[in-house]
Write a protein that binds this ligand. Structure first.
Ligand code: AHG
Ligand code: MN
Ligand code: MN
Ligand code: MN
Length: 335
C-alpha cells in the first residue's frame, strides 16, 4: 500500500534505476499519450468517438475513430519529445523518420490502441510499445537497420491497459516486470507492484484463444486444446479479444494465450514488432515463455525472429512455461 506521503512515480523509478534522462523524457511522453488515450476511451460515448474512421490500415484492419485519434496523440507526444529517431505504428503504412531538428536516439514501435474492436461496447483496450536504442551512428540519419531487429534488442517493452483502472506494465533489461497504476487525481503513474512473476507452477489452468477459428488450426494446436478440455480437471476458457487484457490476466492468474496460425492466416494475425515482441519480452521477464510453435519449419521463439517488414505477423503462444511447453511438446509429437 502506497502511503499518502509517498510518491513512487514512474519518472522517479526510471531515473533511480537508469539515470537516463532522455529515456525518462521519452517515457513521460509515452505516458502523456497513454493518459490522453485513457481519457478519450473514457469519454468516447459522450464525445462521439465510437465507430469507424473509414480507412483500412496496412494489416487490412478497418480503423476505428479511436485508433486514428490515439495514433495521432502518440505521434505528437513522441515526435515533440525530441527523443525519437523513428516511429513504427500499426496505423502508419511506413515508418515515420523524425525530422532532424526534433530527432533523438530512440526507435519506438507501437500499437496505439490494441483490441479496438472492443471500444464500442466499453471493454478494456490497451497500448503496446517497444523501445530500441539507435544502432547506427548518431552522426547520420537513422535507417531501416535501426528498425528491423530481433526482439532481444528491445531496451524497454511495455503495455498500458485501459480497464477499470489505467495501468502501465513495463520491463527493461534486467530490472524485471513492474506495474504502475494511474492515480487520476495526481495524473501520475504510481509504482504498485515490483517484480511481477507468473504464479508458481503456472497458476490457473486457463486457455485463451479465439476458438471459433479452431477448425482451421494445425493438428498440434487442435490436439492440445482438446487435451486441456478433456482432462480429468478441464481447463477454463477466457477470451476478451484484446491481447493486452488477455495477456495481462494470463501473467497475473496463469495459463496461456494463443493466437495460432490457421489456414487463412498461415503466419498468424498478430504483428511481430508491436504486438509479438513487446508482449513476449514482458511474458519471458515474468518467468513465462513465448513461442510461435513450429514456424518456418522449426520451433521458433518469438524474440529470435528477424522481421523483414514492419507489419509482418507471426503465430503467438505465450504464457506460463507449463502450458507453452505442452504446446511445443504437442508440435514435436505431431512432427
Ligand atoms: P488491434 O485492435 O490492435 O488491431 O489488435 C487486435 C488483435 C488483438 O488485440 C486481439 O487479441 C486479436 O486481434 C483479436 O482477434 P480476433 O478478433 O480474430 O480474435
Ligand atoms: Mn487494428
Ligand atoms: Mn493490437
Ligand atoms: Mn491496434
Amino acid at each position: 500500500m502506497v502511503s499518502v506521503a509517498e510518491f513512487p512515480t514512474l519518472r522517479r523509478y526510471i531515473m533511480a534505476r537508469t539515470g537516463d534522462t532522455e529515456l525518462s523524457i521519452l517515457l513521460m511522453a509515452m505516458t502523456l499519450a497513454c493518459k490522453a488515450t485513457a481519457r478519450a476511451c473514457n469519454k468516447a460515448g459522450i464525445a462521439d468517438l465510437f465507430g469507424l474512421a473509414g480507412h483500412v490500415n496496412a494489416s487490412g484492419d478497418d480503423q476505428k475513430k479511436l485508433d486514428v485519434l490515439a495514433n495521432d496523440m502518440f505521434i505528437d507526444a513522441l515526435v515533440n519529445s525530441g527523443t525519437c529517431a523513428v516511429l513504427v505504428s500499426e496505423e502508419n503504412e511506413e515508418p515515420l523518420f523524425v525530422p532532424k531538428e526534433k530527432a533523438g536516439r530512440f526507435i519506438v514501435a507501437f500499437d496505439p490502441l490494441d483490441g479496438s474492436s472492443n471500444i464500442d461496447c466499453n471493454i478494456s483496450t490497451g497500448t503496446i510499445f517497444a523501445i530500441y536504442d539507435r544502432k547506427t551512428s548518431a552522426d547520420g540519419p537513422a535507417t531501416m537497420e535501426d528498425v528491423l531487429r530481433t526482439g532481444h534488442d528491445i531496451k524497454v517493452a511495455g503495455y498500458c491497459m485501459y480497464g477499470a483502472a489505467t495501468e502501465l506494465v513495463i520491463t527493461f533489461q534486467s530490472h524485471g516486470v513492474h506495474r504502475f497504476t494511474l492515480d487520476p487525481s495526481l495524473g501520475e503513474f504510481v509504482h504498485t507492484t515490483a517484480h511481477v512473476k507468473f504464479p508458481e507452477d503456472g497458476g490457473k489452468t486457463i486457455y485463451s484463444c479465439n476458438e471459433g477459428h479452431s477448425k482451421d488450426w494445425d493438428p498440434a494446436m487442435q490436439a492440445i486444446v482438446r487435451k486441456w478440455k478433456q482432462g480429468a480437471k478441464p481447463y477454463s476458457a477466457r477470451y476478451v479479444g484484446s491481447m493486452v487484457s488477455d495477456v495481462h490476466r494470463t501473467i497475473l492468474y496463469g495459463g496461456v494465450y494463443l493466437y495460432p496460425a490457421d489456414k487463412k492466416k498461415p503466419n498468424g494475425k498478430l504483428r511481430i514488432m508491436y504486438e509479438g515482441f513487446p508482449m513476449a519480452m514482458i511474458v519471458e521477464a515474468a518467468g513465462g515463455a513465448a513461442s510461435c510453435g513450429i514456424f518456418g519449419g522449426k520451433i521458433q521463439r518469438i524474440l529470435d525472429i528477424m522481421p523483414a517488414r514492419i507489419h509482418e505477423t507471426c503465430p503467438v503462444i505465450m504464457g506460463c512455461k507449463r502450458d507453452v511447453d505442452a504446446v511445443i511438446e504437442e508440435y514435436r509429437l505431431q512432427g
